[in-house]
Unconditional design. Structure first.
Length: 451
């Protein structure tokens, strides 16, 4: 994109394209295809080695600094206007802290699967307020409400969006809260009038319906512009982090899970019941991508499915094992001793077979390293068996009507627990089947590498 023309100009009070300039050459890019100059916003952008923006310079000492970890995950943001002390925000998983430089950090809110738990007080004197989101089939936040008086709900925000995500302000959007998780549930970056969404891998401009850096998986979508959003069909497709996803379908071909793994593989639920079910590789989706399988993504999809649908640990491990075998076979590989964890043995039998046929990992750390390489890793202690997550993925769940019913992030190196009883190490309150910390119950870990 070299320039954009908006005949209406920048209308006050409306979140629209800010362009009032005429002529060409108002967007400039670096050698990697990242936008480095936006004349419409008087904005210069600077990128790190991940092609992620680390500094946005609006001139006159107005700057936004982003800080990432070694995997490219945003962990902090600092906003300065050249006059007041800079405001620093820390993103610690679901916990978000904020403070002005020189001040005391305060937990501002906790992100939940249903919205936010907001701290209106201080760390020393917390005042918590629940905010709940109502979302549409694409995960867009349409209504935010909180508990009111006399068993009522008090609406704090309502939103309507144009197809590519721009809000229909001011008349069809109103808010009395500072919630910024809106279109697709992503955080809107409003500093200095930017109004771009942070999707993780890229920043997105809903006023133009395009990204401002190249798709990290652009070689898989050669028929599409590397700057397009949702293969130009935002009413059907979402782009969970600016890359692409594997599809998991039920037996009636309904999409039930997206795993944002950079693959475009399709898996279909196969089998008659919990004793023999799994996801089987079923080809590739129609989004124009390169034929490619992510075994790690296949494992993540299977693990997410069993934590929501299974309550017996041995059957869940067998489900994940069968799915893992199907994905590795699609890559033209095989796995030794996979029968141990793709049958229907009880936990005691699986433990016995693992101990006699597979060399145990020396530590939890070595097991996590093996899982991070895409290997299936199984833990057993005689009475309970589990699998370990491979890498960190964003997962989207759908009902059979195609509506999004949940979004979550599966963290690599955790335990996929399925046994129908609560454990103190569960991640998330009240979770029976969940993703836990792996240091518990004397688990011995075993790896099943493909070759």
């Amino acid at each position: 994109l070299d320039y954009a023309t908006d005949a209406s100009g920048d209308i006050a009070g409306v979140e629209d394209f800010p362009g009032t300039l005429t002529g060409a050459n108002h967007y400039l890019y670096d050698a990697n295809g990242n936008l480095r100059r936006d004349d419409y916003r008087a904005l210069n952008l600077y990128y790190n080695s991940f092609n992620l923006p680390w500094e946005l310079d609006f001139g006159n000492n107005k700057k936004v600094i982003y800080i990432y970890d070694g995997a490219g995950q945003k962990i902090a943001k600092e906003v300065s206007d050249g006059i007041n002390p800079a405001v620093h925000t820390d993103y610690l998983g679901q916990f978000v802290h904020e403070y002005t430089l020189g001040g005391t950090s305060s937990l501002k809110y906790i992100i939940t699967s249903e919205g936010r738990l907001k701290n209106k007080g201080t760390n020393a004197a917390s005042v918590w307020e629940w905010e709940y989101n109502l979302t549409d089939h694409l995960g867009n936040v349409r209504v935010v409400f909180r508990p009111g008086t006399s068993n009522t709900a008090e609406v704090m925000e309502y939103n309507n969006y144009f197809p590519f995500g721009m809000k229909m302000t001011p008349y069809l959007c109103q808010t009395t809260t500072d919630n910024k998780y809106l279109y697709n549930g992503k955080e809107l970056q409003t500093d200095f009038g930017l109004n771009w969404y942070d999707y993780g891998a890229r920043f997105y401009d809903p006023s133009l319906g395009r990204w401002y850096s190249v798709d990290p998986l652009a070689e898989k979508y050669r028929r599409w512009s590397p700057y397009n959003y949702g293969v130009d069909n935002p009413m059907r497709f979402i782009d969970p982090d600016g890359m692409s996803a594997s599809d998991f379908k039920d037996k009636d071909d309904n999409l039930i899970i997206h795993v944002d793994d950079g693959s475009n593989a399709v898996y279909k639920l196969d089998g008659t019941d919990h004793t023999n079910e799994s996801f089987k590789f079923d080809g590739y989706n129609n989004q124009g991508g390169k034929d490619e399988v992510s075994v790690e993504g296949a494992v993540a999809g299977a693990q997410d499915y069993v934590t929501n649908n299974y309550d017996k640990c041995n059957q869940s491990v067998n489900f994940v094992g069968r799915t893992y075998e199907s994905a590795t076979e699609a890559q033209g590989k095989t796995v030794d001793n996979i029968r141990i964890v793709n049958g229907n043995s009880l936990a005691q039998g699986i433990t016995k077979d693992l101990a006699s046929k597979v060399t145990a990992e020396k530590s939890v750390a070595s097991a996590q390293e093996s899982a991070g390489k895409g290997n299936l890793v199984v833990g057993a202690n005689g009475g309970h068996v589990v699998t370990m997550t491979t890498k960190t993925f964003d997962v989207t769940r759908y009902n059979t009507s195609g509506s999004i019913i949940g979004n979550k992030q599966i963290i690599g190196g955790k335990t996929t627990n399925v046994n129908g009883s609560a454990r103190p190490t569960n991640i998330g309150p009240g979770k029976l089947n969940s993703f836990q910390n792996p240091n518990y119950s004397g688990m011995i870990w075993y790896s099943f590498p493909a070759k």
